[in-house]
Design a protein around this ligand. Structure first.
Ligand code: AN0
Ligand code: CP
Length: 317
């Protein structure tokens, strides 16, 4: 594996999952692997879980870790090629990325969709420039269209909590006051399609995910029907893909509450966090014993550690 930006970068999903489970049992097993290696985490956007779990993952592997909030203390970056740089952006990403690459052995990047241009976001313009110019392996810590470390942790969580071989997993859209990225749902669908779980995606009309992520999967527009017999409910808000970046609905009938959970097979409730209570999910559901949001967030540590370990193996070859 050269870089990690999607499930398709893994040589073997089964092996990666096994490694994450092994690291969870024995987090310091490979603590000399990262000696004298530096992990540099670049954040263009806010973060709690990714920031902390990815740092800790590097530390558990014996790495030195640097965190760089590029918008606070870095120069404002120009990302367009060929422009006359007479605006408020003194530095070009074309120099910044190779320079950052000289200071580390692995780079993590968080760069959300900007929702200014569908093409720019879906071409992954920012993280692609890191891959092209950093000269070291790049790990996505949520890019414009995917959040693979999250999906990996989600997969690990379902494996831990499932009570049958092929659980029914339902991804449901939920209302939110702001336009949120499609990265988490895209990535979740793409990742879970690599498993043999039954996957159902439900959302109001207008919230269809990009065809490249859905493949043959058709959405179920009736949320109650989708929830019937579900073993896992994965809630997430996202803005429209078709009407790019728009919030088309704030209908709180879609808020995950006891009414919908009642028709499931005693489903576990999942969310990547941060979550807006009583918009996305009711207090009663997220506070219930079926909510696994905290163990799910804990698993972010082991998905990150597995990915960094695989990249270190490649570097040390
Ligand atoms: C981000 C999102 O929806 O992609 C990050 C989630 C991990 N959430 C917010 O911006 C609130
Ligand atoms: N789930 C997740 O990525 O959380 P943060 O945005 O806090 O990192």
């Amino acid at each position: 594996m050269k870089h990690f930006t999607s499930v398709h970068d893994l040589d073997s999903l089964d092996e990666a999952l096994k490694l994450a489970a092994e690291l969870k049992k024995d987090p310091y097993k490979y603590q000399s692997l990262g000696k004298n290696k530096t992990l540099l985490l670049v954040f263009f956007n806010s973060s709690l879980r990714t920031r902390l779990s990815t740092q800790k993952a590097g530390l558990n592997l014996g790495m030195n870790v640097i965190v760089f909030d590029i918008n606070e203390g870095g120069w404002k970056l120009e990302t367009e090629l060929g422009v006359i740089m007479d605006s408020d952006k003194p530095e070009h990403i074309r120099e910044a990325v190779p320079v950052i690459g000289r200071y580390c052995d692995i780079i993590g990047v968080r760069s959300f969709a900007k929702y200014e241009s569908k093409e720019d976001d879906y071409e992954e313009k920012i993280i692609q420039q890191f891959i092209d110019y950093a000269g070291v392996p790049v790990v996505s810590m949520e890019a414009a269209t995917r959040h693979p470390l999250q999906s990996f942790a989600d997969h690990l969580t379902i494996e831990e909590f499932k009570t049958k071989e092929k659980p029914k997993v339902v991804l449901t859209w939920a209302p939110h006051p702001r336009a949120l990225p499609q990265a988490v749902p895209n990535s979740f669908v793409e990742w879970i399609r690599e498993t043999d779980y039954e996957l159902v995606v439900t959302h109001p009309e207008g919230y269809e995910l990009a065809p490249e992520f859905m493949g043959d999967l058709k959405p179920e527009y009736d949320q109650m029907k989708a929830f019937e017999g579900a073993d896992f409910i994965y809630a997430k808000s996202w803005a429209s893909y078709k009407d790019y970046g728009k919030v088309l609905s704030k209908d709180r009938n879609w808020t995950v509450s006891d009414r919908q959970m009642a028709v499931t097979n005693n489903a576990k409730f999942m969310h990547c966090l941060p979550v807006r209570r009583n918009m996305v999910v009711s207090d009663s559901v997220i506070d219930s014993e079926n909510s696994v949001v905290v163990p799910e967030a804990e698993n972010r540590l082991f998905s990150a550690q597995a990915v960094i370990k695989l990249l270190l193996d490649e570097i040390n070859k």
